[in-house]
Write a protein that binds this ligand. Sequence first.
Ligand code: SF4
Length: 478
Amino acid sequence: MKIDQDVSWMRDAYPATHWEKAGNGSSMVVCNLSPRHCKIAEGHLGRCGVRGNIGGELYTFNYGKSVEATMEYIETEAVNHFRPGAKILSLGNIGCMMSCDFCQNWRTSQVRHLDQADVRRYTPEQIVATCEMLGIEVISWTYNDPVVWHEFVVETSRLAQSAGIITLYKSAFYIESGAVDELIDCIDIFSISLKSMDEKFYRKFTGGTHLQPVLDMIRKVHASGRHLELSQLLITGRNDTEEEIAKTNTWVLEHVGDRVPLHYVAFHPAYLYTSVRRTPEAIVLKAREMAMEAGIRYVYCGNMFRDGVSDTHCPGCGTRTVRRYGLKAEAVALDEAGCCTQCGTPNDVRQALKGRAAEVALPTSPDTHCSKDFLWNAEANSVHIEVTHDAQTVCALQLERIGTDAVPVQSFATGGVLRRIIASRQTDDETGVRVTLPKGAVLHFYPVLDRAHFPTSESLEREIAGYREERMDAMARA
Ligand code: SF4
């Protein structure tokens, strides 16, 4: 793919790190950020579509270019053992070193499908200032994949840590060792998606990548002592057999031990793999049961909205120590050190009570009201609520649960770079949410189909539906 100055996000570039000249006096460069090691000719881009060769030097085209910053919860990122319930500022960017045909964030990860309308521009200082203003104590690098955003992630994370903000990295982790060394210095939490234990799976379904580099880098993070959690999406017909699940459990136990939390996550059909159904709950529950029987202490079901599938139980006495429903979490029987309040056994939960800061009251209720409802449905148990308001730097809104009195009305604020917040179902009987906001504010709902899914503009959905049909036709003809 060529660098195209007609594409607005490609008009400005930033010096890249982790590259070398190809040698022999040629102007080609080799990018060493991911194990692809793309050899890139002048005027061209690497496989991720966001790093390119200008005049024999490597540049990144996505520095500071982000999708809409969104306030979510740490559980959104398959992190259950660090500050349960903490608010996070989720930031995704554009491009990816992989090209999974089942990607749920393909509209931003695969740049040929990108709509410029979905791209925002932020500085490290704006991001940190927003967290400070709104009391958000964790920044999460997430969605498409942060590997290809490396320079911006490292610079912003260093600034964030100097301001006392926690940093979280959610990734498929197809990345080279030198870059991981930099991340270990500035990232507090790693949530890594291990797609399969089968090399053939990586080669065939993720755009020709490989398994071993991912496993090596997981072990490197684990050896560093940084907080680590692992997740595996159970993809219908691809990696959801008991044999595959057993392989994952065995590798986890042998290489990172029984205390690293493992999340088995339900898949929803996406991108080019839409001819199948969502992962049946029974398969996710079976995976959890197998992992626990194998000896992994903390195993969770992801993308399931029901009681009892993602609680933490004390490995000493069995007491439920963290209660979860969907993305809602609350430490109910842990002390500050993450030990069970009943028997004192460590539950391997770091900063166990600090997530409760998420419940600190934010700005008071809006003065003049308008309100809008979003109802939960078979596809969406979460929603991104995007609010714009020109006249205020901070906009307060209230969230009321429809169909239940079990959850009190909550207050939220947007401001700085933050205009989106997530809401998700918290009880079985809840049927939706009612958002009340000040007069003059404009609100838009974006249904969230699964955890860490970033919904983009709807117009693109229609375009790609056409593209997908074309591709299916082409495949049928081949
Ligand atoms: S990050 Fe990976 S895919 Fe992108 S240019 Fe570098 S080596 Fe290629």
